[in-house]
Design a protein around this ligand. Sequence first.
Ligand code: FES
Ligand SMILES: [Fe+2]
Length: 340
Amino acid sequence: MYPQTMPRNSWYMAAFRDEITREPFARTIQNIPLVFYRLQDGRAVALLDQCIHRQMPLSLGYIENDNIRCCYHGLVFGPNGQCVEIPSQESVPALAKVQTFQVVEQDGLLWIWIGDPEKADPANIPPCPWLNSPDWVGATGILHMNSRAQLLNENLLDLSHVEFLHPGSIGASKLSSFPITVDADEKSIRVTRIMDDIECPALFKKAMDLPDRIRRTQTAEWFAPGFHVTHIGASPVGADDEDQFRHKALHWVTPETDTSTHYFWALYRNYRLEDDEGLTQMLRDAHHAVFCQDVDACEAIELALQRYGQDSPPYVNIKVDNGSLKSRRQIESMLREENI
Ligand code: FES
Ligand SMILES: [Fe+2]
């Protein structure tokens, strides 16, 4: 069965850079309500979004210099969580401290560590070079999903739903009949499908101006527990450059609660870089629609899972589930390591 909880001793994508400003910003991650804001020097901080006095969300309060003031009785907390002012009294108890969380900004993304602080190593944050490269251009988006995170992890490692869940955009007939290969190491998985001569999907025709039949490649790469790069290549059949047109679809799967998930995504391309905003907007809209179909699927499955609980009717796995099941095993092993 799909794990419902996710490992805690891992970096999770918390926000796109522009979301965090000098205003308090609330987002729940791994069941923990958080408030984010930027200090005067631009650094981002994350605190538990709950005042230690009467549990008012701090995100409803005000930023004052580098501090945050609760909107209820005016207690002020520094970026290290320490209370520095109680307006109704002179002394501030040393224990008056809100929990803080380590955040790291990299490639325009804010990552957070909510597990054991001793184990946090920023070197383990996966790089996303496409977001900053002059050779790539693209768009980003955020979706909210009422389903556990692992359902989306498994969806993204499953290349065979593309034909049936996404017809009219990236789907193509007979796509599922091409074999997949899977390789994995301890904390990552790659699922590849090479389609030497296949119908060109509608979206590729529009964006890449390709003929009816193309060579198409797709590799879904996953870095546990929640970062995916889908490497997509397309070219006319028989072209010298086998992946003339490339997309990198990036997906960050961050648990909000045990049954809801933040789905951050980006779609970058290596062609028509100078093009007007029109192409970027078209690809953004088209991929938003595609990813909404995945969200709808995950939410429908989550409802089914919750309907039956442990007494689910039997289900079968098929060959194309190989990559998805490997990711489930890796998550289960990470949870075991944390005694969850
Ligand atoms: S609840 Fe925050 S100051 Fe009272
Ligand atoms: Fe999909």
